[in-house]
Design a protein around this ligand. Structure first.
Ligand SMILES: Cc1cc2nc3c(=O)[nH]c(=O)nc-3n(C[C@H](O)[C@H](O)[C@H](O)COP(=O)(O)O)c2cc1C
Length: 225
């Protein structure tokens, strides 16, 4: 009989312990979530989504695949310059990517598609948006010259944001046209921005002579200080 009572007491104790521990686990699973939510709310109220704190961002469009004068490349000419600017300024960066990437990776076909976009004055959709665009004063904008102009997707970008009290610092790569008057085209698309002169780099140099491009970028950045 004593043994039965002892077993029953042990079972009762076990049941009490399990109940207690289940109670704790419920608490534990709700309390941190509530704290996390409160913390997230605080963060939203006091800090931007992006916490780098940088006032500058490098926004660029660039293509890999077959390119003029450089064969097939796995890092775009403009992307190379963009990275140099990021490295030297500590700016954030954002690559303009098409929402649906149907651009050919062969040069001739790409020029055909680009010409068609230009003829239609198209505004190809961009995949993502720049987080917390408001935090930036300076937007370095990089692009390849396409048919004597900015690629149409860069107009999508320029028309998607408010550039009031921002400075756009353009840089481009090209295959002989120079910057093709893109400073004034950018100014027309982003009327409220202050648009600086375009840093103009031969696309082939970025692949074949990156050291000299780096020096050019450094001098250009120093000249703006
Ligand atoms: C669709 C297309 C059109 C182009 N049109 C021109 C042009 O009008 N003038 C020019 O100098 N280069 C032109 N190029 C050459 C690019 O501007 C040059 O190769 C650039 O460095 C490519 O940069 P990315 O690798 O960053 O895309 C064109 C290239 C492509 C793909």
């Amino acid at each position: 009989m004593k043994r039965i009572i002892a077993i029953l007491m042990a079972l009762a104790l076990l049941a009490a312990l399990v109940g207690c521990s289940a109670g704790n686990s419920t608490k534990e699973s709700t309390a941190p979530a509530a704290t996390a939510t409160a913390q997230a709310d605080d963060a939203k109220a006091s800090a931007p989504e992006k916490t780098s704190g940088s006032r500058s961002i490098v926004v660029y469009f660039s293509r890999t695949g077959e390119q003029y004068g450089v064969g097939v490349i796995d890092k775009g000419n403009t992307a190379i310059v963009a990275d140099m600017i990021v490295e030297q300024t500590g700016a954030d960066s954002f690559e303009i990517l098409p929402k649906t990437d149907s651009y050919p990776t062969t040069y001739k076909e790409l020029t055909d598609v680009a010409k068609e976009e230009q003829n239609q004055n198209a505004r190809p959709a961009i995949k993502d948006t720049v987080p917390n665009f408001d935090q930036y004063d300076t937007v370095y904008l990089g692009y390849p010259i396409w048919w004597g102009d900015l690629p149409m997707i860069c107009y999508t970008f320029l028309e998607s944001y408010d550039f009031s009290s921002k400075t756009i610092v353009p840089f481009c790569t090209h295959a002989g046209s120079g910057n093709a008057g893109t400073q004034s085209k950018i100014q027309a698309a982003a009327k409220n921005a202050q648009v600086k002169e375009v840093l103009t780099i031969a696309g082939t140099d970025t692949q074949k002579d990156p050291d000299s491009v780096k020096t050019t970028v450094t001098d250009w950045l120093n000249g703006m200080k």
